[in-house]
Design a protein around this ligand. Structure first.
Ligand code: 13P
Length: 250
């Protein structure tokens, strides 16, 4: 069965609650594409108004982060149950900005992934190399390690439902999009890695996004690659251009 594309916006630390509602109202007529699952991952404080604003549309709301404990003395964190109770379906885990600025590691990523599955939230698991790693020729080795640790103790059926976002760090927010060849090569390597950990069926089912300076002009070619099942979009997800990205095949 063909994998359905999934195109997600990552708003990062942008949009107040009222701006969030305004943006969703602007974008909702522009992001209608029955071939694509459309997800807006928004700051925690925007989740409830965003879900309200997205009611009756094809937009599904996701979170940008989640803690791996159930509840308790973890000041400032958001629990999985807080997300599910609010109606969140997806959560970005291990974005490179969280790894870089908030000390997330492959181990905390794995804990969060397991916790998300436990609560029925689909994780969008991020991986990606630095420019130095790419220049050193260790990209695939590095990504394979990130993936293997992220999926420790994850079952095959859970893995089949997961989303992986390949985001080369040097392409994030830089306007420097990976070539389709580079993006496809790594997304294929990720799928091969999933096949090794699990089996061919799981690898066929899992959805792998590309992220890093995706724009309306780069999206059609990227998303036409055999192993790229959509995108995780930062800057362009805050603009009407996101409609063009979602409707890349129209
Ligand atoms: P940009 O699309 O702004 O490069 O951000 C990519 C990203 O980090 C999405 O998670």
């Amino acid at each position: 069965m063909a994998r359905k594309k999934i195109i997600a916006g990552n708003w990062k630390m942008n949009m107040t609650p009222s701006q969030a509602v305004e943006l969703i109202n602007t974008l909702k007529p522009l992001v209608v594409n029955e071939d694509v699952d459309v997800v807006f991952c928004v700051p925690a404080i925007d989740i409830i108004p965003a879900i309200e604003a997205a009611k009756g549309t094809n937009i599904v709301i996701g979170a940008e982060n989640m803690y791996f404990e159930e509840k308790g003395a973890f000041t400032g964190e958001i629990s999985p149950e807080m997300l599910t109770d609010a109606g969140v379906k997806y959560v970005i885990i291990g974005h490179s900005e969280r790894r870089e600025y908030f000390a997330e590691t492959d181990e905390t990523v794995n804990k969060k992934v397991l916790k998300a599955f436990e609560h029925g939230i689909t994780p969008i698991i991020c991986c990606g190399e630095t420019l130095t790693q790419r220049e050193q020729g260790v990209t695939i080795d590095f990504i394979r390690q990130q993936i293997k640790i992220a999926f420790l103790n994850v079952t095959a059926s859970q893995a089949a439902s997961a989303v992986i976002a390949y985001e080369p760090i040097w392409a994030i927010g830089t306007g420097k999009v990976a070539t389709t060849k580079q993006a496809q090569e790594v997304c294929k390597a990720i799928r091969d890695c999933i096949a090794e950990i699990y089996d061919a069926e799981t690898a066929e089912a899992i959805r792998i996004q590309y992220g890093g300076s995706v724009s309306a002009s780069s999206a059609p070619e990227l998303f036409a690659q055999p192993d790229i099942d959509g995108g995780l979009v930062g800057g362009a997800s805050l603009k009407p251009d996101f409609g063009k990205i979602v409707c890349y095949n129209k």
